[in-house]
Design a protein around this ligand. Structure first.
Ligand SMILES: NC(=O)c1ccc[n+]([C@@H]2O[C@H](COP(=O)([O-])OP(=O)(O)OC[C@H]3O[C@@H](n4cnc5c(N)ncnc54)[C@H](OP(=O)(O)O)[C@@H]3O)[C@@H](O)[C@H]2O)c1
Length: 287
C-alpha cells in the first residue's frame, strides 16, 4: 500500500492522479486532515481515505497501517513543520515501511535560504530513522508566479529581490509525476533527487514574456530584501512569512533555485513543461 500524506493540497492531488496511472487504486491510500475534503476531491477513484493530521501524531498509526511506501508531502506552516513531520517519520518507522519519500527543497543541505532549515532538519531526522528514503528536492513551482499574475497585469509591475538570478521552476504536475515514478518504481532508496525544470528564466525574462503574451507592459522591479519584506507585509502576509519569502527570493540571486541536472525530466521520462507554455496557458482567456 502506498500512502500519500497532505494529499488534498495542490501537489498531493496531482500525485494521486499520477499514481493512478501506474498502480491499481486498491494499492493507494491518502492520509489527510480532512477526510471530508478528500472525499470530495477523490470521489469515485477507489482509493482509501484515512485521517492523518500532522498536528495529531496519534492519527498516523491508523493512517500508515499496512503501508509499504509513504510520501510525506511537506506541511505548509513554516515554524511548525519539523514537529509535524516527525509524527509521520515515527509512524513510518513503526510500520517499517520499505520507502519514506519526502518533498524537500532544491539543494537540500546546501541551500542557505531560511525556508530550507526545516527541510534540512526533516531530511536529517529521516536519515537517522534508518528507514530507506528518497528526498524529492523540489525547486520552485512555476505556479508561484503564474497563479499571481492579476496584480502585475493591473499595476504593470512585478516586484521582488531576485535580481537576475535564474529560476528553474517546474509545474506541480511535473514534480508530482516524479513522486509517482519513485513511489511506483524501484531503485530509488537512499537517493536525493534535485528536481527542477529543464529551462530556467530570470524575473526580467518572466516579466518580458508576460508582457509579450498579454500585450500589457509588465516590468520587473528589483528592490532590497527589506523593501520587499515591507511590500509583502503590505499585501497582508504576516511578518515572519514575509521575511521568509523575501529571503527565499534573494536566494535566487545566489542561484539556489537554479539547476541544470535534468533529473526531473529523466525521472518522468519526458521534458518538463516549458515555462513559456505555462505562462501562455495562465494568460489564456477562460471560456
Ligand atoms: N516548491 C515550491 O515552490 C513550494 C511552494 C509552496 C509550498 N511548497 C511546499 O510543498 C508542499 C505542498 O505544496 P502544495 O502546493 O500542495 O501546498 P498546499 O496546496 O498548501 O497543500 C498543503 C497540504 O498540506 C496539508 N496540511 C496542512 N496542515 C496539515 C496538517 N496539520 N495535517 C495534515 N495535512 C496538513 C493541507 O491540507 P488541507 O488540504 O486540509 O489544507 C494540504 O493538503 C507545501 O505544504 C509546502 O511545504 C513548495
Amino acid at each position: 500500500m502506498i500512502v500519500v500524506t497532505g494529499a488534498t493540497g495542490h501537489l498531493g492531488r496531482h500525485v494521486v492522479t499520477e499514481l493512478l496511472k501506474k498502480v491499481p487504486a486498491s494499492e493507494i491510500a491518502v492520509a489527510v486532515r480532512s477526510p471530508e475534503k478528500a472525499k470530495a476531491d477523490f470521489d469515485g477513484r477507489g482509493i482509501q481515505i484515512r485521517l492523518g493530521d500532522y498536528d495529531k501524531p496519534e492519527t498516523f498509526g491508523g493512517a500508515l497501517e499496512g503501508a509499504t511506501k509513504v510520501l510525506l508531502i511537506s506541511a505548509s506552516e513554516v515554524g511548525k513543520r519539523v514537529v509535524q513531520h516527525q509524527s509521520v517519520i515515527d509512524a513510518a518507522k513503526t510500520a517499517n515501511v520499505s520507502l519514506l519519500a519526502y518533498t524537500s527543497i532544491l539543494g537540500g543541505d546546501k541551500n542557505k535560504m531560511k525556508l530550507a532549515a526545516e527541510h534540512q532538519e526533516t531530511e536529517a531526522r529521516i536519515q537517522s530513522s534508518g528507514l530507506p528514503f528518497t528526498f524529492l528536492r523540489n525547486g520552485w513551482y512555476i505556479e508561484n508566479y503564474t497563479e499571481r499574475l492579476a496584480g502585475p497585469l493591473e499595476h504593470g509591475v512585478m516586484a521582488g529581490c531576485a535580481g537576475n538570478g535564474r529560476i528553474a521552476a517546474a509545474t506541480r504536475a511535473d514534480y508530482a509525476a516524479a513522486a509517482a515514478a519513485v513511489l511506483a518504481g524501484n531503485g530509488h532508496a537512499n537517493e536525493a533527487y534535485e528536481l527542477a525544470g529543464d529551462a530556467s528564466f530570470t524575473m526580467p525574462e518572466l516579466a518580458a514574456e508576460v508582457s509579450r503574451v498579454s500585450g500589457k507592459t509588465v516590468a520587473y522591479k528589483d528592490v532590497s530584501v527589506a523593501d520587499y519584506t515591507r511590500m509583502l507585509v503590505g499585501f497582508g502576509l504576516p511578518e515572519l512569512a514575509a521575511s521568509v519569502v523575501a529571503d527565499a527570493d534573494f536566494g535566487i540571486t545566489r542561484g539556489e533555485l537554479d539547476d541544470a541536472s535534468h533529473t526531473l525530466s529523466r525521472l518522468i521520462g519526458r521534458s518538463t513543461e516549458p515555462w513559456r507554455d505555462v505562462v501562455a496557458a495562465a494568460l489564456r482567456p477562460q471560456r
